[in-house]
Design a protein around this ligand. Structure first.
Ligand code: IMP
Length: 190
C-alpha cells in the first residue's frame, strides 16, 4: 500500500545569517549623519522615528548628529505577523508635537514596497514642515511598487527578508546587533 502523505505541514526551522555586521552598521551611520549635517549645518533636526523598527537606528543616528536635535515617534501598521505587507497602511500612533516650520527627518528602518513612506510623506507634507527628508537604514529596490525614494540610505540590500537592529519577524529578533537574513528551512531528516 502506498503511504499517504501527512496532511500536516512540517514545522519550518528559522535560521539567521549575518548580512551587515554591527561594525558596518555603526560606521555607515556616522557617514549618513555627516551627510545630513553637511546639508543642514545650522538647523535643529527634528527626528521622527517610525515605531518600532527604527528605534535603534534613530538612537544611534541622533548621537552622531552634532548640534541641536529633537525627536518624536509615529507608529503605523501594515505587516501583522507575516513577511508580506498587507498593502494597507494605518496610523496607530500620531506625533506628540507639531512639525510645522521644522526641519524634519523621517527615520525608517527599511524601504521595501515604499507604501509606508508614501503614506507618511503625504500626511507630513500637509503639516507644513520647513524641510522634510527621509532617512532609511536599508533599501530593497527590487521590492519598490511606488516612486518614493529616500533622501539618505544606509545600505541597498537584495530582496531578502531581514531581521535585527530593530527589524522583526513576529516581534522577534529586533535585539540582534547585526542585520541578518531570516530563512525558513524544512528540518533535516535524521
Ligand atoms: P513598505 O511599506 O513595504 O516599504 O514596508 C515598510 C515596513 O515594512 C518597514 O518599516 C518594516 O517594518 C517592514 N519590513 C519591510 N521589509 C522588511 C524586512 O525585510 N524585515 C522586517 N521588516 C520589514
Amino acid at each position: 500500500m502506498p503511504r499517504k502523505k501527512s496532511p500536516i505541514a512540517p514545522v519550518l526551522q528559522e535560521s539567521v545569517k549575518t548580512l551587515i555586521s554591527k561594525a558596518r552598521v555603526q560606521k555607515r551611520i556616522k557617514e549618513v549623519a555627516h551627510e545630513i549635517r553637511r546639508d543642514f549645518p545650522e538647523d535643529t533636526l527634528h527626528l521622527v522615528g517610525v515605531l518600532k523598527g527604527a528605534i535603534f537606528f534613530l538612537a544611534d543616528l541622533a548621537r552622531e548628529l552634532h548640534g541641536n536635535v529633537s525627536f518624536d515617534f509615529i507608529a503605523v501598521s501594515s505587516y501583522g505577523e507575516g513577511t508580506e505587507t498587507s498593502g494597507q497602511v494605518r496610523l496607530t500612533k500620531d506625533l506628540d508635537v507639531s512639525i510645522e516650520g521644522k526641519t524634519v527627518l523621517l527615520i525608517e528602518d527599511i524601504l521595501d514596497t515604499g507604501l509606508t513612506l508614501q503614506y507618511l510623506l503625504r500626511i507630513f507634507q500637509q503639516r507644513k514642515p520647513r524641510h522634510l527628508r527621509t532617512v532609511v537604514l536599508l533599501d530593497k529596490p527590487q521590492r519598490h511598487v511606488t516612486e518614493v525614494r529616500a533622501n539618505y540610505v544606509g545600505f541597498t540590500i537584495p530582496n531578502e527578508f531581514v531581521v535585527g537592529y530593530g527589524l522583526d519577524y513576529a516581534e522577534r529578533y529586533r535585539n540582534l546587533s547585526d542585520v541578518s537574513i531570516l530563512r525558513f528551512d524544512r528540518p533535516r531528516k535524521k
